[in-house]
Design a protein around this ligand. Sequence first.
Ligand code: URA
Length: 217
Amino acid sequence: MSDVIDYDRSRVTLIDHPLVQHKLSILRDTATGTKQFRDLVRELAMFEGYEATRDLPLEQTEIQTPICQAVCRRLTGRKLAIIPILRAGLGMVDGLLELVPAARVGHIGMYRDERTHRPHEYYCKLPADVEQRICLLVDPMLATGGSALSALEYLRAQRVQDVRLLSIVSAPEGLDAVLKADAEVRIFTCAVDDGLNASAYIVPGLGDAGDRIFGTL
Ligand code: URA
């Protein structure tokens, strides 16, 4: 797997925390069953959400503790939307909602044409005020970047300004494609793998994330 990541660090965050890398190795293992796979995707989404929300603004608030008055901090500014790219992105939603329970959830449905490997959009439903929100666009696999780019284009057409793409495993091809096509998006990922095979699967990757999450192998 790529050790040298020559991407703009201000736009790509590689989450190389030891717990993340340990969980990712179990996730990749073909012997890992559906339940454990699903649990790990949820847990890894939480780590990614933690990093992707690191810069959220805070404001001061005065509260009464059992001991005294105290000035503390609470979130302010734009609210969040979690937007899974169907279907594999659904596996990351619950982990993110545990971090940000008040977030709204939109859905973007894409399927990958097995012959052309191109994404096709078949369903989109977003919060009414999506353009006011920070959107966490989630898909565990950033392979060719086709689905992510279509979803990004769709969000930009809805005038969404702040999009953060959360993938668990990325291919260099997908990272390149997304970073080149969209000058603003920031990407959070747990790994940048070697590349894609002839069927556009990430190598070494973890296989088909949707099939492994939903047990449809
Ligand atoms: N989608 C997946 O689920 N896995 C890949 O390797 C590539 C795209």
